[in-house]
Ligand binder design. Sequence first.
Ligand code: GLU
Length: 304
Amino acid sequence: MPSSLPEILDQLNADMRADDNWGAVASYIPELGSIDPAQFAIAVATADGDLYSAGDADTLFSVQSITKVFTLAIALGRAGDHLWKRVGREPSGRAFNSIVQLEAEAGRPRNPFINAGAIVVTDEILTGRAPRETLGEIMQFVRTAAGDDDIHINENVAASENAHGHRNYALAHFLASAGNLNNPPDQTLGTYFHHCAIEMTAKQLAMSGRFLIDSPNAPRMILPARIRRLNALMLTCGHYDGSGDFAYRVGLPAKSGVGGGILAIVPKVASIAVWSPGLNRYGNSRKGTEAMARLARVMEWSVF
Ligand code: GLU
């Protein structure tokens, strides 16, 4: 049994590569469909800023829905509790891009992490600003959180998603028809697709999550009470209709993305990023979820 964190990460990396059931990459965004699923990275950033990693931890990947944590932090800073008039705080029990619930609930998305809810959050940040300015604000937030200016948007991924984003267009137009969109759907979605197309390495992603650790040594970007609320939403809603299973297996607040990344927070202790692009049936990283479960178990990291 390895004892130090670097040894544990090396062992996890070796274990993940030993099994060739990688899952399938997301293909509904064509630019992501060509990625080799047989890749794995893990990185742990401590509250003090020490960084440990193993595997493909310097490879850039599409962060996708993990960016919804940053946009929610910005939107709450801007709108405060008024945001909750537009979007709920309950797990959806539905796929990330489901449309049926939105109609049944009169255009108020269940939570800010399903696509409909994240589109509303982006719309809130965009209100009163141009898309370019809004994206600049989001990039600045992410770069400050990570302490790294070398974080960028992959324009090809954003364009690819825009060209094939019929489902998200349907959600945005439905929101508009229900009076829950302030900006034209194409502007809100253009901004949404671009922030989803931010690329990071596992090391950068782990560093970018330090503002959620809630430690005096980590970057202080939002109020402590809000950090705890964001973590609560990540725990209950961060993995779509796999959120309960992830909470059961891992026991940490976390947010997944269809690029195969997961960001998890150990309150007061660390921020963890894993990446493996093959997904499970819920659209969450298959090996990433497995690695998180094992790391949490070995380190005895849990919020419970
Ligand atoms: N940009 C993706 C979409 O809207 C994000 C989904 C995800 O990462 O879960 O479909």
